[in-house]
Design a protein around this ligand. Structure first.
Ligand SMILES: CC(=O)N[C@H](C=O)[C@@H](O)[C@H](O)[C@H](O)CO
Ligand SMILES: CC(=O)C(=O)O
Length: 317
């Protein structure tokens, strides 16, 4: 059973699930990936099997094995490993929650079910509560991502009184651009010590102003160091420097169409660890995309990645 943990804060990398060219999970590079995050990016918290990890495109048994591998390889290296256990089937979600507790993960997160949807706050809470109850010793995070789930219940509304229903509730991963909703979540729950983790990397600076206590995102896989510098600039109240960092991410890493396939390609390029293609229905990023990102990375002094090597994108593919 998990021991009481310190609050989840700072940067959390939403891990990619590495795959081989024929679409199988490439477990063999996860150990190396952990070392890369810790040593090269200074990131020691991870969020596994979420959007970036294609969690909903994996089978339950694959999700269990991926979670196990990250927990095992992260032991004594990572601070916290949060497993996303959301699923359309309550049973599957409970199985994954219980499994996360058994393997010694540090927390679980759940999205709203997105096919037969909960249409009210109370119904959504009822679902989340049943999942949380399957892992009663693990901190529970609600993963709010309305653009992908289609469940648009405001997070502020959901949080109102949530700990009465879900005693393990510890925080929110907020992946939406509605900073009013986010700000109200923070403002109305100040006493609760929740983690308010922001999930739109391109907007993190604005979310810090609104009171974010941390961030979960795909770009922290390869922009962890740079984002830490942005957080430090913000702490020092050097807002123009902080804005320089944020603008750079805005321009180069979040144009329309930026998604999991592109994240896999960029991470392969920057880290040298082969992430492979995404699984269907996603398609591998185009050669044009990867060429243009590689050129941008090289041209940007700001992003002086020391490990940039030609041809890395093709490694493992
Ligand atoms: C939809 C999606 O994947 N959102 C991620 C986290 O929630 C973000 O980390 C984005 O990947 C990132 O903000 C880049 O657009
Ligand atoms: C980005 C994020 O948090 C996820 O991949 O779920």
């Amino acid at each position: 059973m998990a021991s009481p943990k310190k609050k989840l804060q700072g940067l959390v990398a939403a891990t990619i699930t590495p795959m081989t060219e024929n679409g199988e999970i490439n477990f063999s590079v996860i150990g190396q990936y952990v070392d890369y995050l810790v040593k090269e990016q200074g990131v020691k918290n991870i969020f596994v099997n979420g959007t970036t990890g294609e969690g909903l495109s994996l089978s339950v048994s694959e999700r269990r094995r991926v979670a196990e591998e990250w927990v095992t390889k992260g032991k004594d290296k990572l601070d916290q490993v949060v497993i996303h256990v959301g699923a359309l089937s309550l049973k599957e979600s409970q199985e994954l929650a219980q499994h996360a507790a058994e393997i010694g993960a540090d927390g679980i997160a759940v999205i709203a079910p997105f096919f037969l949807k909960p249409w009210s706050k109370d119904v959504l809470i009822n679902f989340l509560k049943e999942v949380a109850a399957a892992a009663p010793a693990l901190p529970f995070y609600y993963y709010h991502i309305p653009a992908l789930t289609g469940v648009k219940i405001r997070a502020e509304e959901l949080l109102d009184g949530i700990q009465d229903k879900i005693p393990t509730f510890q925080g929110l991963k907020f992946s939406d651009t509605d900073l009013l909703d986010f700000g109200q979540c923070v403002d109305q729950n100040r006493q609760q010590q929740f983690a308010f983790l922001f999930g739109v990397d391109e907007q993190l600076l604005s979310a810090l102003v609104m009171g974010a206590t941390g961030a979960v995102g795909s770009t922290y896989n390869y922009l962890g160091r740079k984002t830490s510098q942005m957080l430090e600039a913000f702490e020092r109240k050097d807002f123009s420097l902080a804005l320089n960092y944020q603008s750079c991410f805005l321009i180069y890493f979040s144009h329309p169409g930026f998604g999991v396939s592109q994240t896999k390609a960029i991470m392969t390029l920057v880290s040298g660890i082969p992430m492979g293609p995404p699984r269907l229905p996603l398609q591998k990023a185009s050669r044009e995309f990867t060429d243009s990102v590689e050129a941008k990375l090289k041209s940007l002094d700001f992003l002086s990645f020391t490990d940039l090597k030609d041809g890395d994108l093709e490694a493992g593919s």
